[in-house]
Design a protein around this ligand. Structure first.
Ligand code: DC
Length: 220
């Protein structure tokens, strides 16, 4: 039987979202990008001028924002209080702000609750940092997807370039290292491989090969 909940965790730039979307499309499952939720809080906080250290204000924001994730065929869109923020949350500045915000216990508690409600519906592919360990610890299929830092920086630079942002690859690598260090050392839900997750290094593998491995693992 095919797993009803598929959890894909790993560091930035490992290819999680590309792979998770393809796995979800293949199985006709809902794809849930939990990083987009932390990015949504970061975007609104930046717009409102809330300090990234103001834990009570950021917690309240995470509790109150209505974040919706829509899959309509090939299109994947993120809405916040009915505004389409799919493009805005991909800016490098928003990604950098999302990292310290995601280390705040109150913010995590609010967003994890929303993610668990979405996951309860079943037939989901969810990607993030703490899906297999915290959000869906009972998921039948867990993958920890990674790649070398050079490969991850190369992919992230290309992804930003495709969205019209030209950023030096070296700068992307430094930002990524900083975020990885923060994500793996934070006190609450650090990025860590669940003991029952399959470690998959995507260096040298095509996207199709990674998707195939996950589908096999999920029992499809
Ligand atoms: O995957 P991403 O770059 O869109 O994630 C944005 C930030 O949110 C990143 O710093 C890690 C954090 N994050 C998290 O702490 N937990 C998750 N489940 C998803 C993302």
């Amino acid at each position: 039987m095919t797993a009803r909940q598929i959890a894909i965790d790993g560091p930035a730039g490992a290819g999680k979202s590309t792979v998770a979307k393809l796995v979800a499309a293949h199985l006709n499952y809902l794809y849930i990008d939990t990083g987009a939720m932390y990015r949504a809080v970061a975007l609104i906080a930046l717009r409102k001028g809330i300090a990234l250290s103001d834990a009570p204000a950021l917690t309240l924001l995470a509790q109150e924002l209505c974040i919706e994730l829509q899959n309509d065929g090939a299109q994947y869109r993120v809405f916040c209080d009915r505004e389409d923020i799919s493009f805005a949350i991909r800016q490098a500045e928003v990604g950098n702000a999302a990292s310290p915000i995601s280390a705040l216990p109150g913010v995590r508690e609010a967003l994890v609750r929303k993610q668990q409600l979405l996951g309860e519906q079943g037939c989901v592919v969810m990607d993030g940092r703490d899906i297999g360990t915290k959000v869906l610890p009972q998921a039948e299929c867990k993958v920890f997807l990674t790649a070398s830092p050079e490969e991850r920086a190369r992919r992230r630079t290309l992804e930003l370039a495709l969205k019209g942002q030209t950023i030096d690859e070296e700068q992307v690598r430094r930002d990524m290292e900083e975020r990885d260090a923060r994500d793996t050392t934070r006190a609450v839900s650090p990025l860590i491989q669940a003991c029952d997750a399959l470690l998959l290094n995507s260096d040298g593998l095509t996207i199709e090969q990674v998707v195939e491995r996950i589908l096999q693992m999920a029992g499809n």
